[in-house]
Design a protein around this ligand. Structure first.
Ligand SMILES: Nc1ncnc2c1ncn2[C@@H]1O[C@H](COP(=O)(O)OP(=O)(O)O)[C@@H](O)[C@H]1O
Ligand SMILES: [Mg+2]
Length: 281
């Protein structure tokens, strides 16, 4: 172990939480949480920063489908090993997607969700946060105890809606509840399918939701449904599409707001390089 490694471990002990937690939630199901979680994580990863996903929907999570991950360990196995889980053995439980995003999927069967306790989730997230710049959590729909645990812990909460009346009505209630809970200041509305046909346009929707700085994600049902069905995030396969551009913009905003930049590997300067750089100045 080099002295630099020792110093890093020392720093992690003093300040173990390195990464930022992003929760992706919604008042209504089928609105784009999984689509955005997966594509946002890959878009962040493309910036050369370390990113993990926790599929927080332990009953019906489908991040593994959206990323075509097979035979991966899940949170069930992580919980079985929770006593000894630490930053050293965490990678054993995570499945590395081709993009480099590391994923802890939901259990294979809904009944396994009963094994998941809040303390265990807390520990898993804490360990994940020591190892990644971002941990993106795809939360269950609505405001249940599980979702609240994520929202309370998150650094940024992204509340996804679309322009349908039912979605807007429930999103408004959702945001009001976040306000009561003191969580509104770290929440932002994401208007998904923002240019879809609707009686309400995206700008008015933002006004209805009293959101000053929403994120708009364009509508592209064909690309999105194909991407989720094939298990290939559209930011990889359709990176030039408008919907991908929307997600890249979201990733840019999130990384700049959280002040995370790619990990730079310091190269040792040779005496010659030093000499030349001195000459230039
Ligand atoms: N920006 C978008 N444009 C068009 N269709 C979308 C968009 N985002 C998501 N969808 C579609 O909406 C459906 C639900 O998305 P999903 O991510 O599974 O929602 P959730 O996780 O909230 O239940 C999927 O068929 C998906 O392809
Ligand atoms: Mg989902």
């Amino acid at each position: 172990m080099t002295s630099q490694d020792e110093m890093q471990i020392g720093q992690e002990k003093m300040n173990p939480r390195r990464g930022k937690m992003i929760a992706v939630c919604s008042a209504k199901g089928g609105i784009g949480r999984t689509t955005l979680t997966v594509n946002l994580a890959v878009a962040l990863r493309k910036k050369n920063i370390s990113v993990a996903i926790l599929d927080g929907d332990f009953q019906f999570g489908d991040v593994n489908l959206a990323m075509d991950l097979k035979n991966s360990l899940t949170i069930k196995e992580a919980i079985e090993g929770i006593v000894t889980l630490d930053e050293h053995n965490l990678p054993d439980y995570l499945t590395v997607h081709e993009s480099g995003v590391r994923v802890l999927p939901a259990p294979e069967r809904p009944e396994f969700a009963d094994l998941v306790t809040p303390d265990a989730v807390q520990k898993i997230l804490d360990v994940m946060l020591t190892q990644h710049d971002f941990v993106v959590v795809d939360t269950p729909v609505g405001l249940n105890e599980q979702t609240l645990q994520y929202l309370e812990k998150a650094d940024q909460i992204h509340v996804v809606t679309n322009l349908e009346m039912a979605a807007l009505k429930n999103t408004k209630l959702f945001l009001e509840t976040l306000e009561i809970l003191g969580l509104r200041s770290r929440s932002r509305v994401v208007i998904n399918r923002a240019n879809m046909e609707s009686v309400i346009n995206a700008i008015d929707a933002a006004k209805i939701l009293s959101e000053d700085n929403p994120i708009y994600i364009p509508n592209d049902f064909q690309i999105c449904s194909q991407s989720i069905n094939l298990g290939v995030p559209f930011v990889i396969k359709h990176s030039k599409s408008n919907v991908a551009k929307g997600v890249f913009k979201m990733a840019e905003l999130i990384s700049s707001e959280n002040n995370v930049s790619p990990i730079k590997i310091k190269k040792k300067n040779s005496p010659l390089t030093k000499l030349f750089s001195k000459k230039r100045t």
